[in-house]
Design a protein around this ligand. Structure first.
Ligand SMILES: Nc1ncnc2c1ncn2[C@@H]1O[C@H](COP(=O)(O)OP(=O)(O)OP(=O)(O)O)[C@@H](O)[C@H]1O
Ligand SMILES: NCC(=O)N[C@@H]1O[C@H](COP(=O)([O-])[O-])[C@@H](O)[C@H]1O
Ligand SMILES: [Mg+2]
Length: 393
């Protein structure tokens, strides 16, 4: 593979669709390999836009806008960074010869919970929570009756827990519906109802599909609140047989989606079972811990796989943990205090995303620590995150 200089005739162009904290790291890794980078998102000043060579602000759910920008820029690689994209445009662009990561079909199936759930459960016969879909409140009531309570209700298009509620009895149905249709990122008023899995732990198994074949990172355990991640740690302790089962599921799902890249396979672990939950065909928020724990982070691995470069080994260095720092209020004029105190904690680093505005619950930074074991790393990253204060004015 030939890599020309960025901004010159022979440069390789990578366009990222979605420019949040995860995309920012992907852009920086691509630049380390001499790639020209273009960031796209729905608002100006997004984290990845601050590091890319150039950027565009468009509504990425609008197929025509997406096609226009791609045809104008002619990137060598189109790298989705969020789910909520006009994936029908990506399919068309792929047919025209553009390369979508990992594939346009993967982006399309995972954008909508229905696509990936039906693929995993109905085609691949992988164990998942039982589920139903509903398009209005009457259908929702009958789905809840069928699945039973407690159950989890989510918009088919959303992420980071937006619009997700646990429905504990029939009395919650109305609120769950309102929450779901009010917060979904897409344009559809469709929801999934899932049986509540009383898991002992949940993991992300980062899985790489590259020219070198299939490889896995050490499993990442995580804790979520209101459907959004609070902390993650690596390696998550689990029996060898269960890890094998998890890898089998991850290899089947990622192979079915096709293409090269890193995938975040989300799994629920009970005492005797592994359930597939969902998969990101891209780096995962809980995987930010790999910025410290591995010689190649999930972002570096993604870029290598995307560019068709080998991923022969993934070296895990040391137990680590990450802890999210979230805003409480809305502000266009905030600042962050406490980095000085946070970085006194041993083996700790920070990533401050530089998002231009805060919103209640918005993730603004992350603390990442190493330790002699996962427990020590968890304590350190939590302590560090608690030293950070977001001052919203
Ligand atoms: N069926 C379920 N049973 C038990 N817990 C669940 C279920 N579905 C979701 N959860 C909990 O909610 C979290 C978020 O759910 P899910 O991953 O489906 O949402 P999301 O909006 O796609 O989040 P993200 O984009 O951050 O991955 C899960 O990690 C898990 O903790
Ligand atoms: N769970 C998915 C996830 O973590 N996605 C990450 O959050 C950004 C959106 O953040 P915002 O909502 O604060 O703009 C996305 O762009 C991506 O980096
Ligand atoms: Mg998830």
């Amino acid at each position: 593979m030939n890599i020309g200089a960025p901004l010159q005739q022979k440069g390789i162009k990578l366009m990222i669709l979605g420019s949040g904290e995860l995309g920012k790291e992907v852009i920086m890794e691509a630049q380390r390999l001499g790639v020209e980078t273009i960031a796209v998102d729905r608002y100006d000043g997004a984290p990845a836009m601050q590091t890319a060579h150039r950027s565009y602000v468009i509504d990425m759910l609008e197929a025509d806008k997406l096609k226009e920008i791609v045809r104008w820029e002619k990137p060598d690689y189109i790298v989705p960074e969020i789910e909520a994209l006009a994936t029908e445009a990506l399919i068309e662009l792929e047919e025209e010869g553009f390369r979508v990561i990992p594939t346009a079909r993967a982006a399309h199936l995972t954008m909508d919970r229905e696509g990936i759930r039906r693929l995993a459960s109905e085609e691949l016969k992988i164990p998942t929570a039982s589920y139903q879909f509903a398009d209005n409140i009457e259908e929702l009531a009958s789905a809840v009756k069928e699945i039973g309570t407690p159950c989890v209700i989510k918009p088919v298009m959303s992420s980071s827990g937006k619009g997700q509620t646990v429905c504990r009895s029939e009395a919650d149905i109305e609120t769950s519906w309102q929450e779901a249709v009010g917060s979904g990122r897409g344009k559809k008023n469709r929801v999934i109802v899932e049986s509540f899995i009383p898991f002992e732990s949940e993991i992300t198994l980062l899985t790489v599909q590259s020219i070198s074949g299939t490889s896995y990172c050490e499993p990442i355990g995580h804790e979520q609140k209101d459907g959004d991640y609070i902390q993650s740690w690596q390696p998550h302790p689990m029996p060898a047989a269960q890890l094998e089962q998890a890898k089998k599921i991850a290899s089947e799902v990622t192979a079915a989606l096709g293409g090269y890249g890193l995938f975040g396979v989300e799994l629920f672990l009970t005492k005797d079972h592994v359930y597939f939950s969902e998969v990101s065909p891209r780096p995962h928020d809980t995987g930010m811990v790999t910025l410290a724990t591995q010689h190649l982070s999930e972002f570096a691995l993604h870029v290598r796989a995307v560019l068709g470069l080998p991923v022969e080994d993934i070296v895990f260095h040391r137990a680590g943990a990450s802890y999210a720092v979230k805003a409480e209020k809305e502000s266009k004029n905030y600042h962050i205090e406490g980095a000085q105190e946070a970085l006194l904690i041993p083996e700790t680093e920070l990533r401050i995303f530089g998002k231009p505005e805060t919103k209640p619950g918005r993730r603004m930074a992350v603390a990442i620590s190493l330790g002699a074991d996962v427990e020590e790393a968890k304590q350190r990253s939590k302590q560090a995150a608690e030293k950070i204060n977001i001052i919203e004015e």
